[in-house]
Ligand binder design. Sequence first.
Ligand SMILES: Nc1ncnc2c1ncn2[C@@H]1O[C@H](COP(=O)(O)OP(=O)(O)OP(=O)(O)O)[C@@H](O)[C@H]1O
Length: 354
Amino acid sequence: MIELQGLTKIYGDKTVVDDVSLRVDSGEFGVLIGPSGCGKSTTLRMINRLIPASRGRILLGEDDITRLPVEQLRRRIGYAIQSIGLFPHWSVAKNIAVVPGLLKWPKSRIDERVDELMGLFHLDAGELRDKYPHQLSGGQAQRVGVARALAADPEVLLMDEPFGAVDPLTREVLQDELLRVHRHTRKTIIFVTHDMDEALKLASRIALLNAGRLVQYDRPIELLTRPANDFVRSFIGKADLGLKLLSRRWVHQYQQPATLRGASDESVRISGYAWEVDKEGRPVCLHGGRLHAEDTQERTGVTPEWSATPDMTMKEALSRMVWFRVMVLPVLDSEGRLVGEVTMHGVMGQQPCA
Ligand SMILES: Nc1ncnc2c1ncn2[C@@H]1O[C@H](COP(=O)(O)OP(=O)(O)OP(=O)(O)O)[C@@H](O)[C@H]1O
């Protein structure tokens, strides 16, 4: 657990971190986000004691970090940064082993730990152990940087825009890997980014800073649905707030009972469409339910793409509705049987169930 209490940093007459208080519980994935210059990196550097705080306290578990010997702090807090900072003349293995080496672990334990971490990050130890940083791809170098930060099994991992310099595809892969490693290790993470999509994907809690002050500290869904003020609204809402929101919601939250062909004429009249299913309960086609009046085709064959599953995000379901020009998607179980439907009308008007 990391707790910041009234954390403040003043340079000259400028307060760059201003009375920030927040707590990241054990095993949580906290993300610091905000516009350039809002004080994210300065906050992280104070936590790591790379720079001293002007006021306030930082607790690591029960301990005030200013009272911990520096080598204990380095062991308990891992640090990974965008520029990676790998030593260019050291091999991958030696780079990963920096902190265990400082802690004077026996060689056999260090070797074992290096292999374990390379495995965790899908780095082929046979091929890469003795390579030098300039022989790695950007994604591989980032993995080595994060593996190095985890080498001494710290309680907390601080990450300052670690994926800022890699291409978007590699970035997504690295994000997925980090989520997997987080699930596996349950480390407490504090991650700095200025990319809202990255924050929404990774965070269990997001701290939004502006001009050194903490504006809102909340779960991603709360930030999206209950922004504390206009600054939050404009920071998250600039591009595609609605779609971001639907990327955190799931089909099963919007799912309704399907209207079947042969149901009472009244229910078919109200919904304007009905599903025809085969003997096993798999949908065969939809009668009605198209977006446009010119789509006069009465019976529309159901394909695997034109359907949803309960664990699909509503963003993807909506995208499919738009692509197939339909008002409604069948929701299928793993056997392809019709278990419900989601509708455009439901997305617009209905509060999702918990
Ligand atoms: N050593 C320093 N002396 C004076 N001002 C500093 C110093 N270090 C940082 N600052 C100022 O503190 C403010 C916060 O900087 P910081 O690097 O924490 O911002 P950030 O939110 O991480 O920004 P970015 O997203 O651009 O990396 C900036 O205005 C910066 O110019």
